[in-house]
Design a protein around this ligand. Sequence first.
Ligand code: ADP
Ligand code: MG
Length: 317
Amino acid sequence: KMQRSKSVKYPNLHNYEVLEQMGEGAFSIVYKARHVVTGDLVAVKVLRKFQMDQSQKQAVLKEVTIMRQLNHLNIVRFIEFIDSSDYYYIVQELAIGGEIFTAIVKYTYLSEDLARHVIVQVAHAIRYLHEEVGIVHRDIKPENLLYQPIEFRPSANPAAKLRRSDDPNTKRDEGEFIPGVGGGEIGIVKLADFGLSKQIWEHNTKTPCGTVGYTAPEIVRDERYSKEVDMWAIGCVLYTLLCGFPPFYDERIEILTEKVAKGEFTFLSPWWDEISLEAKNCVSRLLTVDPLQRYTIDEFLRDPWVTKVSITHGINN
Ligand code: ADP
Ligand code: MG
């Protein structure tokens, strides 16, 4: 019965059985759904066409055009686009764990190793976008960072287990981490929501978009700085992962704007007291007001805190 009412609610979505809601945005609701033939679970972003003007519709088509080009482990995969009279449907890979945002709320904040595990994956997605596809995301935030949970499966071979427990050098069960089905810990991080993304150069030719040679300086400059926008956002996310609250906050929007413009943030005591100097330095190199001084994606990936190897393989500790 549920299924029937849902398919009436969402015409032209016949191939999918709509299941529970995963999240929502200003114009969209995202549902978990199951392909009726293959049984594959997917995410369907339903956009209310009838509430949109022409430019908003254009933006959805742009979002789809961008998503179609992308192929990376740390980016939610595009599956198909369905255009009905009242709705657009963007069918995507399902990130079953939901938002990193929820994980921060659940744990209050993440350990340095777990924060690194998350942010390095975000950085890999961003390096791919910036250096390989010529796209800036422009909306990186914990709500748009999703994940596939991962669960620890102890060794299946009891003999191997016995051998290990006899060996004083191997204390840890060297089982394996497998994709989980919910309730598990943060495994693979997936960047989502290309609704505000912008293509800065053509994918295959690596030439700038628009007519070369006729582009105004302010446009060239804007595009020069657009990657830095994502790096600032990575800084805000990393700060938030480590302490559980954002670097810039005020209820009064003018004051918040002023703080951001000046880059006024602090490593607030007592929350930051136990966090390493290396982590603080890394955050500071991202939250640098001058975009030319700010870390690029490659500089970030070479940072001493980022490259530090954790003894737990960086998984959830
Ligand atoms: P909007 O552009 O309206 O912000 P998003 O694409 O960010 O739309 O989707 C809104 C929310 O839906 C996300 O914050 C997340 O909670 C959920 N969501 C989106 N895509 C997926 C997905 N592929 N898997 C699981 N949940 C998703
Ligand atoms: Mg979003």
